[in-house]
Write a protein that binds this ligand. Structure first.
Ligand SMILES: [Ca+2]
Ligand SMILES: [Ca+2]
Ligand SMILES: [Ca+2]
Length: 274
């Protein structure tokens, strides 16, 4: 009898553990919102300092969903009134979260969504990407269908995206991710800026040029060889200042002098495994 009640207690504990799964936390240093180290914010006043500086990202299971929270260094504002065109409560940020769910060489996608000018290695190819954007679901889906058709089954649009203080929050269905977040997955969190009037092949991304403009980042190249990535996670993603250098190293690129993208070397993005 006593033995039987122990079995009941143990199985209850197991269920409780499954319901309170571990929170995955990625931390990023402050002040590294300069891509490979040289990038500058656009000159218009809406791009306040820290608006693209990732500081922390968490993933937490909640029933059939995963709650993703992306914290940045500045208060998140809505200068372009997203209620008029998307309704998610912010305007400037666009976060792409790439997930390597099986760590199997050659399995998954090595290319990023168009507009980032970067890639993954075949060891760290991704199975799913989650888009945290101020754009409404219909606009996001139509951009994906038009510009990333071959990847569209693996692009995850959250059920709900919202903002509070310095944090973007997305509720993602585990069915869309393939499963709840599991031990051993790889993560890459890319910070871009939402561009509502993107170049015809770019998926809602704001360009980085040689010189900053009112709505263009500077410090890169006018050709499509520089990574259009303002911040990301790197190294061990524990927030160590060394990770600024790890990011700069990962975002190294070369541009062909004649602007030939085929002769340029795109940056290769790392995954952080947890
Ligand atoms: Ca950062
Ligand atoms: Ca560029
Ligand atoms: Ca970083």
């Amino acid at each position: 009898m006593r033995y039987l009640s122990w079995i009941v207690i143990l199985s209850t504990l197991t269920v409780a553990n499954a319901a309170f799964a571990e929170v995955i936390t990625l931390t990023d240093p402050k002040g590294d919102d300069k891509g490979p180290g040289t990038y500058e914010y656009p000159t218009d006043g809406v791009y306040r300092p820290g608006s693209f500086d990732l500081t922390k990202v968490t993933f937490e299971s909640s029933g059939d969903d995963t709650i993703i929270e992306v914290e940045i260094a500045a208060k998140i504002e809505d200068p372009w009134d997203s209620s008029a065109w998307g309704g998610n409560g912010f305007s400037l940020q666009f976060v792409q979260i790439y997930l390597d769910t099986n760590k199997a060489t050659g399995s998954g996608h090595a290319e990023t969504l168009p507009g980032l000018n970067a890639r993954f290695s075949s060891e760290s190819a991704w199975e799913k990407v989650v888009l945290i954007s101020p754009q409404g679901k219909n606009r996001l889906q139509s951009e994906v269908n038009a510009k990333a058709k071959a990847l569209k089954d693996d692009v995850v649009i959250p059920r709900k995206t919202s903002v509070k203080g310095r944090t973007l929050r997305a509720v993602v269905s585990n069915a869309d991710l393939g499963s709840a977040v599991a031990k051993g997955w790889g993560y890459q969190v890319v910070m871009q800026s939402n561009e509502g009037f993107p170049d015809k092949s770019d998926l809602l991304t704001r360009k980085v040029n040689e010189y900053a403009g009112p709505h263009r980042f500077g410090g890169g190249s006018d050709w499509e060889c520089d990574p259009h990535i303002i911040d990301m996670v790197a190294g061990g993603a524990s927030g160590n200042p060394d990770e600024t250098k790890a990011q700069a190293d990962a975002l190294k690129y070369t541009c062909d002098k004649g602007g030939d993208v085929g002769k340029s070397t795109l940056a290769t993005l790392p995954m952080v495994y947890r």
